[in-house]
Design a protein around this ligand. Sequence first.
Ligand code: SF4
Length: 183
Amino acid sequence: MDCTVCKTKTCRTAESCRAEKFNSADIIKIYEEEENQIIVQAAAQLVDNGKAGTLSKLQEIAEFVSTMKYQKVGLAYCYGMEKDAIEVKKYFKQKGIPISAVSCTIGGIAQDNINKESCIHKVSCNPIGQATQLNHEKTDLVLIMGICLGHDILLQRNLEADFTTLVVKDRVHNHNPLHALRN
Ligand code: SF4
């Protein structure tokens, strides 16, 4: 399937083009479930009634946390972004939102312990440990900040709480992958 080359964009008029391989009635039923309705409605509050484009990502997250009545946020950050992580932490603390910040190097495990092919005995990123620690902290939502590709997959697979990405790591393009396409 390649929606990008579609000329009709029928779906944009709230009509199906019949290309989909699911039954919309079944999908709607899933949205109607209480746990999904809560998220859908909280997300709508960020953009409906002309609000779209008025909030930064941090502001959106703070509002979402408030709407969802989350008690505690987790920050899974890359050690290389620690200065920025401190600012993120201050931002949420100022909003009265408790936050647990956990570095990717938690546990101090060496690379040759994590990667069987490595002989480097320097500290490694430890996304499984990072997720396990955040699970222990009982956070309601984890913000992912600059975790390396691959490590982010392991982190997300092992988190028990919901998560959202705050910062995508792109070492070349100041952490905005779209810069590679627009320059
Ligand atoms: S109308 Fe169908 S093919 Fe076209 S963009 Fe929408 S879903 Fe994709």
